[in-house]
Structures are given as C-alpha cells and as structure tokens.
Write a protein that binds this ligand. Structure first.
Ligand SMILES: [Zn+2]
Length: 341
C-alpha cells in the first residue's frame, strides 16, 4: 500500500504516476561508495521511495568530508562512524520504509558478485578508476544497468551503461579524463556533486519506472566554474572488439591476475601496489599533483616521487607504486586512490 500523500508530487509527475511509484517501491539499487556522490544519490532515492538500497563503502567519516557529504554530521565524525553505517542511520530517519543494507568494506570482486545479482541497477559513486572497471565488467556479466559518475574540482562527468545496448566504460575510456586529478589533490566544490547526482538519479528513475526511451544516451560532462557543458552522443561508440562488452568478451577486470596487487615489502615500512593500468604518463600525473601545494614532488626520467603527510609515494613507469610510511595494505591502497584516482 503506497503512502499516496508522501509521494503525491512525484506520482502527479506523468511519466512516473502510480505505476512508476509502485515499481520504485519494488526496486533495489546498489550504490557503490558512500562519499559525496553516494550520500547524495542515496538520499534522493530514499526520499523518492525506493524499495531497497545497498550501500558499500570502506571509509569512516572524517572532518574533511562534511563540506560535501550530505548525510554525515559532526557526531559521525567524532565517533569515526563508518560511512555506510552513518548513511544508513540518517536514511532511516528520512524514510523508514526503505530497506537499507550497509556493507563496510572494499568494493572488491567477491563482494560485488554477491550483491550485484540482487540489484536492479547500480549507481557508481566510487572515487577510483580500478573499482569502476570492476563494476563495468560485473554489470555486463550480470546484465545490470549502471550509471557512471565522477567529480573533481568543478568538473563532473556521467553516462548510463546498458548491457548489450550502449557502449561500456572500456569502450568510452578515451573520452574520460586521464588519471591524476582527485578531490584530495585538486579539491572539489559541493555543487558539482549535486549536478552529477541529478543526472544519475534522474536516469535511475527513468530506468526503474519503465521509461527507458527517455534515457539521455549521452556522455555528459561539464565544468561549473568555467561555464562549460559538453554532450557526446555515445550510441556509435561501442567497440566491436571490446574485452568487456563485445561478443568475444573476457571480462578482464574480474580476472584475479588483473586486480590491483598489493605486497608488503619485507623489513621496510612500505607496501608495493601493482595497478592494472598498463603504462603511466608520469608527467601528466606530476602536472595534476603540482596543483596541490602541500605535495612535495620529485621527478626523474624513471620515476615520480611525492611526499604528503607522513607518506612518500613513488610511481614507476610500468604501473608499479611504492607507498612508504605504512605496512598496512588497505591504507596504502587508500593513499594511492586518494592522490592518484
Ligand atoms: Zn565495451
């Protein structure tokens, strides 16, 4: 039984109506990441009356999150509450009808294999490219639509991937900014989050209420500060030989060998990471890192090294990275994604 008053304004909206509202109440969305994008889309879907939400996030709430991660409070920060748990608490206050599943952990292949089949669609709210590649392949494998979204500084980008219908992230890689810039290196303003989430949640509502014909079909990117907006029609960009979505697909990002490898270096306070990105343009990375004045940078023809807080990070051309200053593999990964995307 729908609470007609609660959702009345949304039901009045013709493309949704009573039928769409009922479909929403029976839908299950997986949101990967409960940071800025994740908390904002989770709140929007919770208010819209989604049936179930699953949230995955590995972090806890920190002070620097409060500027843009709308579900979290100073109390969450003081208690170092895991983001997925803090989000669930807040969302339950917003709409107690929604079933919320909170998973505190890395969005790794094994966890995603369990939760993706249960979901009707996936919203990408992660902060790193490795996870998005995994998400891309697993969504194809289980035939689930997923909505890419990324933000940094005043820039945002989003598109919707429909298995076997649209190009996937692998197909569109050339249209996505190269890695290097992250919210921790060049910062972020909050409105850019809302704009990407507006697109992501609207696309989700279209899909879940049976309005697939209204999907945008575009890769949308914008820079709010520079007043720039670009739309690329993606229909023709599907690659015939794509390893993730073509007929001869192999889902390379789900293979154990291609996942990011971390190794503790014996006797040293150092973790080595091996990324699945084949080659690294170190000068591109350096250019992005230079924007953060707190980072001390050093570069020679073979490697790039930078210091931040108590860590020293060294990147090699072959995709290897050393994180000095920790023995903890999860912490090393976090530092890697924080500054290198
Ligand atoms: Zn593809």
């Amino acid at each position: 039984m729908l609470e007609t008053n609660r959702y009345q304004r949304q039901v009045l909206f013709v493309p949704i109506g009573e039928t769409g509202q009922t479909k929403l109440s029976q839908s299950h969305v997986l949101i990967v990441g409960a940071g800025a994008l994740g908390s904002s889309s989770a709140e929007a879907l919770t208010r819209a009356g989604i049936g179930q939400l699953t949230l995955i996030d590995r972090d806890y709430v920190e002070e620097s999150n409060l500027q843009r991660q709308q579900l979290f409070s100073e109390t969450d920060m003081k208690q170092k509450t895991p983001k997925a748990i803090a989000a669930r608490q807040r969302l339950a206050e917003v709409n107690h009808h929604v079933q919320i599943h909170a998973i505190v952990g890395d969005a790794e292949v094994d966890i995603l294999r369990k939760v993706v089949p249960e979901a009707d669609l996936i919203i990408d709210a992660t902060d790193n490219f490795e996870t998005r590649l995994i998400l891309n392949d697993i969504a194809q494998k289980y035939q689930k639509p997923w909505i890419y979204g990324a933000v940094v500084a005043s820039y945002g980008i989003t598109f919707t991937v429909l298995p076997d219908k649209t190009p996937c992230l692998q197909c569109l890689q050339a249209y996505i900014p190269a890695y290097g810039a992250t919210c921790d290196s060049v910062g972020i303003i909050q409105p850019v989050v809302q704009k990407v989430v507006s697109h992501q949640v609207t696309e989700a509502l279209k899909l879940l209420t049976g309005n697939e014909a209204d999907l945008s079909g575009k890769l949308i990117s914008f820079d709010l500060w520079k007043n720039a907006h670009t739309e690329i029609d993606i229909a023709a960009l599907r690659k015939k030989d794509c390893p993730s979505c073509s007929e001869n697909r192999s889902y390379p990002n789900l293979a154990y060998e291609s996942r990011m490898k971390t190794t503790k270096l014996c006797g040293r306070n150092t973790v080595q990471l091996r990324s699945q990105r084949k080659s690294t343009d170190l000068s591109e990375v350096a250019k992005e890192l230079q924007k953060n004045k707190q980072i001390k940078l050093f570069q020679n023809p073979y490697l790039l090294s930078f210091e931040i807080d108590s860590y020293r990070v060294v990147l090699f051309q072959d995709g290897r990275t050393l994180v000095h200053g920790t023995m903890d593999q999860q912490e090393a990964k976090k530092i890697y994604h924080r500054y290198l995307g």
